[in-house]
Write a protein that binds this ligand. Structure first.
Ligand code: ATP
Length: 367
C-alpha cells in the first residue's frame, strides 16, 4: 500500500466508522480504486455503502484508518477541497432555474469566471445530450432528463473523482437501462475514477470494472464481475450475486468409495474429484451451492436427486423450475420447450464440475 499512488485513485486502508451511538457501520474496510477505474460498492440495504461514499466525500469523518485521493491523505481535508463530485439518489434540482442555471450554479458559487462556466456547461450538455434542453426548467423534463442534469452538475465541476450513490434507483426500469448505458459511455469518455454505490447486482455487473461486495460493514470480496460470479469467496457473495439466486443444500462430506457430498437425508449424493478439493475434510459439514443454470433435467440413471415440481416460470427461451427435494426447494433453469408440468416428479442432475462448497460454520468457500 505504500507504493506511489496515481493522482486520482482512491484508497481506503483499514477504515472504520463508528457512529456516535456506538453503531459500527464500516469495519476495517480496505480497497483501492485505480485512476480512471469504475469501481462499484455493492451490498444489501444497511451494509454501509452510503457511509463509505460519505467518508470519501468528507461528509462524515473516519473513526480509524486512512483515506487517500491520489497520494494525498484526505482524512482531515474538508469536502470542498477534495476535488470530487457526488451524485445522489435524491438529487434535487432548483425548480425555478433552467437546466443551464442548474448546471452553472455550483461554479458561480465558486466564482468561476463566466466564460469558463459557459464552456464547461456546454461541454457537459454535449456529452449528456442536453444541449436542446438548456433553457427548460426541471418540471419540463422527463425523469431521465432530470437525472442527466444532476449528473451534468457533477461533470461541470471537472472533479478528479466522481461518487454516485444509487443514482438510478428512482427511475423506472426502462430508463434505468438507458441511463446505465449512458453512465458506462460517460465513464469511457471522461476516463475519471468513479465510485458507484448500488444494491442492484445487475447494475454492479454491467457497470463495474471491479466490484467490492459488502455486508454488515465489511468487505466480503473484491473482484471483476465474472470473478465474484464464478468464484464467490463465501456463501454471502454466492447468494447475493445471481438471479434466481444460487441453490444451497446443507450436508456433509463423506469418504466412501471416494469423496462425496451427501445432503438432504441422503437424497442428494454427488461424487467429487478429490484433487479439485484439496482442503475438503471427510466428516466436514458443508453447504453445497449450485446455480440454477447448472441444474438440469436428467434421465433417472444419471440423476443426482428426484423431486416434485412446485412451480414453473416460463421466461421465453428458458423456464425456471422450482422443485421440492425433501425439505429444500431446488431451482433449475431448463429449456422452456422441454419443461415439465407442476406436480410432476422429475429427476435432476447437478453438474459436479459447477458446484461450490462452503464450510457450514464459517461460510468460506472451500477450494
Ligand atoms: P441503504 O442502501 O439502505 O442506503 P447503506 O448500505 O447505504 O444502506 P448506510 O446508509 O451506510 O447503509 O448505513 C449503514 C448503517 O449505519 C445502517 O444500519 C444505518 O442505520 C447506520 N447509520 C447511518 N447513519 C447513521 C448515523 N448518523 N448514526 C447512527 N447510525 C447510522
Amino acid at each position: 500500500m505504500h507504493e506511489t499512488m496515481p493522482s486520482s485513485g482512491v484508497s481506503l486502508e483499514q477504515v472504520w466508522k463508528i457512529y456516535d451511538n456506538g453503531y459500527v457501520a464500516v469495519a476495517d474496510v480496505t480497497f483501492e480504486a485505480a485512476e480512471g477505474e469504475f469501481l462499484v460498492l455493492l451490498g444489501p440495504s444497511g451494509c454501509g455503502k452510503t457511509t463509505l461514499l460519505r467518508l470519501v466525500a468528507g461528509l462524515e469523518t473516519v473513526s480509524r484508518g486512512t483515506i487517500r485521493i491520489g497520494d494525498q491523505v484526505v482524512n482531515d481535508v474538508p469536502p470542498r477541497d477534495r476535488d470530487i463530485a457526488m451524485v445522489f439518489q435524491n438529487y434535487a434540482l432548483y425548480p425555478h432555474m433552467t437546466v443551464y442555471e442548474n448546471m452553472a450554479f455550483g461554479l458561480k458559487l465558486r466564482r468561476v469566471p463566466k466564460a469558463e462556466i459557459d464552456r464547461r456547461v456546454r461541454a457537459a450538455a454535449r456529452v449528456l445530450e442536453l444541449e436542446h434542453l438548456l433553457d427548460r426548467r426541471p418540471h419540463q423534463l422527463s425523469g431521465g432528463q432530470r437525472q442527466r442534469v444532476a449528473v451534468g452538475r457533477a461533470i461541470v465541476r471537472e472533479p478528479r473523482v466522481f461518487l454516485f450513490d444509487e443514482p438510478l434507483s428512482n427511475l423506472d426500469a426502462r430508463l434505468r437501462v438507458e441511463m446505465r448505458a449512458e453512465l458506462a459511455r460517460l465513464h469511457r469518455e471522461l476516463g475519471r475514477t468513479m465510485l458507484y454505490v448500488t444494491h442492484d447486482q445487475v447494475e454492479a455487473m454491467t457497470l463495474g470494472q471491479r466490484i467490492v461486495v459488502l455486508n454488515q460493514g465489511r468487505v466480503q470480496q473484491i473482484g471483476t464481475p465474472l470473478e465474484v460470479y464464478h468464484r464467490p469467496a463465501n456463501r454471502f457473495v454466492a447468494g447475493f450475486i445471481g438471479s434466481p439466486p444460487m441453490n444451497f443444500i446443507e450436508g456433509r462430506l463423506e469418504h466412501l468409495d471416494g469423496l462425496r457430498f451427501v445432503g438432504e437425508g441422503g437424497r442428494v449424493q454427488i461424487p467429487l474429484v478429490e484433487a479439485e478439493w484439496p482442503n475438503a475434510r471427510p466428516g466436514q459439514r458443508v453447504t453445497l451451492g449450485v446455480r440454477p443454470e447448472h441444474v438440469t433435467l436428467a434421465a433417472s440413471e444419471e440423476a443426482t436427486m428426484q423431486g416434485q415440481v412446485e412451480t414453473v416460470e416460463v421466461l421465453g427461451a428458458v423456464a425456471h423450475l422450482y422443485v421440492r427435494v425433501g425439505q429444500t426447494t431446488v431451482v433449475a433453469q431448463v429449456d422452456a420447450a422441454m419443461r415439465p408440468e407442476p406436480d410432476q416428479t422429475v429427476a435432476l442432475r447437478i453438474d459436479p464440475a459447477r458446484i461450490h462448497l462452503f464450510d457450514a460454520e464459517t461460510g468460506r468457500a472451500l477450494s
